[in-house]
Design a protein around this ligand. Structure first.
Ligand code: PEP
Ligand code: MG
Length: 552
């Protein structure tokens, strides 16, 4: 019988194929003897780092859109002068080139790891660079994506951007990683390439090379050595599912006609084309951070206005919900974030940054208002990380003061959900950010893969907060959406509809399955499913109960 492994499904779809394990990183010799010629050692080290940077640049030049910028950023890291001078210091202190390289990377790695969660995420990129440099110095094959000469299922400990960015979606049928998490590069890029993927899959790297696996990126399961009939049946079922999804189109509606707006999330230029082409009623979450990240100063008013204009123009007549700058914690900004905060997730982040930098919010709202007045989109604006009614009221007033029609808040802090009736009265709409709301409700860092059970949006305490928020919105006639990742789970979407949520915003690829799920149930059925989920003991029970009821 086939062995079954499970993990977290991060990119939907079903695929089968033979496993190709990612080449292991090169083994660093512990006894590398220096030649006694520091100049020669330095030249060898610099040449290896240059070769790695050049090969990444070449790959960047061939790669499409986002992949190109990811690779180019990694190439820049390989050419970082601080890193190079640490290597030179090492060889001048008498180390062999390879030892100096490994030590310099180690020092750099510790600096990144200590610089907060966002920078810590770049550690995997740095480790990949070190391995490439060491492989070059040793003259062994470059670690990275294998090329067995036929389509395959890629299995790896975790993937660095240099690996995922140039994956050929025609060759790589699915991806399984032993580590990683729902917000890893693997997850994000696999989803954008449409490759089914399962992460945090313990035991994956022990699967034999060439063994057939059946991967379900929706369920998060991997069957090892399944029989042919099982594979054929699973692929058939997937085809039927896709055909059924394609048969439903247009605005989101339950089977008895209750409207549920289906919207898309966008976080940058690269998302604009697929988002605009998606069969949606607009944008439910426009994350504006991308304009501010990785730069020493805020973008100018004109620069902001031009970008907002481009986005609004892509959605004439449709709704676009702009989320004002959400800096801090997992999205630190050089010119905004308070340095050395002991606990940045609980610090000056989201709307709170405007306490110190009111001018940034003012300028952003001015740019949004100018772009909105010159476009045909219905522009709504909301603030991240709102905790109090007073914050909601002040923000909504500020938004309206700029001539914008609708000012709302994200509900990401339990306090806002608990006081939702007051918050709803103080603003025009609410949008629940389940990623952060889970983190703050369960006191579990949203980046922590090993706390995935607590971060599960099916957890009843989170659903209770969603219920309270939705009820408050309904009582006051204010829309309440969900724009966190949870909105893309078709089963959970039914529960949200039953709880009274009026819109669901997600990545474009997730819309067809959510639309079809909603269209297959009446509002009363969704309410029944919501009751089942709320009555469950934990997230797993809630999911199982709802799944069983929808199958029954
Ligand atoms: C959320 O927290 O659910 C959300 C949508 O915002 P972000 O993921 O950008 O923090
Ligand atoms: Mg958030």
């Amino acid at each position: 019988m086939a062995e079954s492994l499970s993990g977290i499904g991060v990119s939907p779809g079903v695929a089968a194929g033979p496993v190709a394990q990612m080449a292991p990183p090169p083994v660093v010799p512990t006894d590398a003897a220096p030649s006694g010629d520091p100049e020669a050692e330095n030249q060898a080290a610099m040449a290896a780092m240059k070769a790695v940077a050049t090969s990444l640049e070449e790959r960047a030049a061939r790669a499409p859109g986002e992949a190109a910028s990811v690779l180019a950023a990694q190439a820049m890291m390989a050419e970082d002068p601080t890193l190079a001078s640490k290597v030179t210091d090492g060889v001048q202190a008498g180390k062999a080139a390879i030892t100096a390289v490994v030590d310099a990377f180690e020092e750099f790695r510790a600096m990144l790891a200590a610089a907060g969660p966002y920078m810590a995420e770049r550690v995997a990129d740095l480790d990949d660079l070190r391995n490439r440099t060491v492989a070059t110095l040793l003259g062994v094959p470059m670690p990275g994506v294998p090329d067995p000469g036929h389509p395959f299922v890629l299995v790896a400990l975790d993937l660095a951007p240099a690996d995922t960015a140039t994956l050929d979606a025609d060759r790589v049928k699915a991806i399984i990683t032993e580590e990683g998490g729902p917000t890893s590069h693997t997850a994000i890029l696999a989803k954008s390439l449409g490759i089914p993927a399962v992460v945090t899959c313990h035991g994956a790297t022990a699967i034999a090379e060439g063994e057939t696996v059946l991967v379900d990126g929706t369920e998060g399961s991997v069957a090892v050595a399944p029989d042919e009939a099982t594979v054929a049946e699973a692929l058939d079922a997937e085809q039927r599912k896709l055909a059924a999804l394609e048969a439903v189109s247009g605005p989101g509606r339950t089977s008895d006609g209750h409207p549920v707006q289906l919207l898309v999330n966008i976080a940058g230029d690269k998302d604009l084309e697929p988002a605009a082409a998606a069969d949606s009623e607009g944008v439910g979450l426009f994350r504006t951070e991308f304009l501010f990240l990785d730069r020493p100063n805020a973008p100018t008013l004109e620069e902001q206005q031009a970008v907002y204009q481009r986005v609004f123009d892509a959605f004439p007549g449709r709704k676009v919900v702009v989320r004002t700058l959400d800096a801090g914690a997992d999205k630190p900004l050089e010119f905004v974030t308070v340095p050395d905060e002991p606990n940045p997730a609980l610090g000056v982040r989201g709307l709170r940054t405007s306490r110190r930098h009111p001018e940034l919010l003012e300028e952003q709202l001015t740019a949004v208002a100018q772009a909105a007045s010159a476009s045909g989109a219905q522009v709504w604006v909301m603030a991240p990380m709102v905790s109090t009614t007073a914050e909601a009221a002040a923000f909504a007033e500020q938004v309206r003061g700029h001539g914008l029609s609708s000012g709302g808040v994200m509900v990401e802090v339990p306090a806002a959900a608990i006081r939702a009736r007051h918050v709803a009265a103080a603003c025009d709409f609410m949008s629940i950010g389940t990623n952060d709301l889970s983190q703050y409700t369960y006191a579990a860092d949203r980046m922590a893969g090993e706390l995935a059970d607590l971060l599960d949006a099916w957890q009843p305490a989170l659903l209770d907060l969603v219920r309270m928020t939705a009820e408050a919105g309904k009582a006051l006639g204010k829309p309440v959406g969900v724009c966190g990742e949870a909105a893309s789970d078709p089963l959970l979407a039914l529960v949200f509809v039953g709880l009274g949520i009026t819109s669901l915003s997600m990545a474009p690829v997730s819309i067809p399955a959510v639309r079809a799920a909603v269209a297959a149930h009446t509002l009363a059925e969704c309410r029944g499913l919501a009751t089942l989920a709320l009555d469950a003991e934990d997230g797993r029970d809630a999911r199982n109960a709802v799944r069983a009821a929808t199958r029954g």
